[in-house]
Write a protein that binds this ligand. Sequence first.
Ligand code: SF4
Length: 358
Amino acid sequence: MSPDLRSPITAPAAATLQRRLLAWYDAHRRDLPWRRTRDPYPVWLSEVMLQQTQVATARPYYDAFLVRFPTLAALARAKPAEVLDAWAGLGYYRRARHLHEAAQTVMREHAGRVPDDPEAFGRLPGVGRYTRGAVLSICFDRPLPVLDGNVARVLARLFAVPAAIRDPRGARRLWALADVLVPMRRPGDWNQAVMELGATLCTPRAPACGRCPLRKSCRALAMGRVEEFPPAAQRRATETVCRAVALIARGGRVLMARREGPLLTGLWEPPGVELTGHASPVRALRPALARLGLKARLAPAGRTVRHTITHRAITVEVWRGTLTGAAPRRAGLRWVDPARPGVPLTALARRLTRAGAE
Ligand code: SF4
């Protein structure tokens, strides 16, 4: 078997890998709720949730989401705010918006049946090559590959390919490998088995090669250079952001503003402003509140909250606000009971109101 993709993997070598890994998967796979069904809706939901989210984190959200929207039709009928509310805390909210739009498209254009045709399924909002391969291989036995961080690591090590998934050329090479390896029989189990191997044994640090069913075929192990594959991708720099927010409470409820703009659109949190340069928080907060029609006396709450979302490290200065005029009635403002918000809150809003609305 060659690490060079110009020489294809021989069919017997691929068959050996498939046989060994599938036998291991049958014996060792974790019992996860989305593995107990081949209904495309819950499988699709799990695949979307598990992108950028760990299994342990996603699992309670998955269960609760299905209680709230038990079918694709129920999801399609929901209001966008309800879907975002069910997603609140998982992050990467675009995933939820796309899934919701895709459910509506399936109801409208495919008579409520998830299409098993790769082209039709791949045209749905938010369905990229990974989701298409995962859902169609697991639910419809389509021999389509998947490539995520776990699969990429396993393949890079197995074939000693110096390719990282974040590098476009590396991703092309790894996709080609994944494509060659996916079997005609049990393609969904194969895809899940590779992911499972990456998640449980072929981990980024200190992989458990001694227990790996593919160790006899692993080139990186034979070379004694397991941790050199895949090559470290350049980390995206973390952006440092300062923000001031006004906690304005009344009768156990907190005034929230609906976020607009590129990040966290449609989620709600206490009104605030990003601080630039050396702007004093109160000087920046007043005009931000005025833009929402709010006039308030502001006093420091003596709290600073550090919060991280994706590549932003946010330091939030909390101010207590007391309205000096009536709160205007407008669509983007609402008094919210933190215990029963009724609107999707950002993770920051939940943190602030959990400890800060007292
Ligand atoms: S032998 Fe080690 S490095 Fe190679 S695939 Fe298995 S766990 Fe990963």
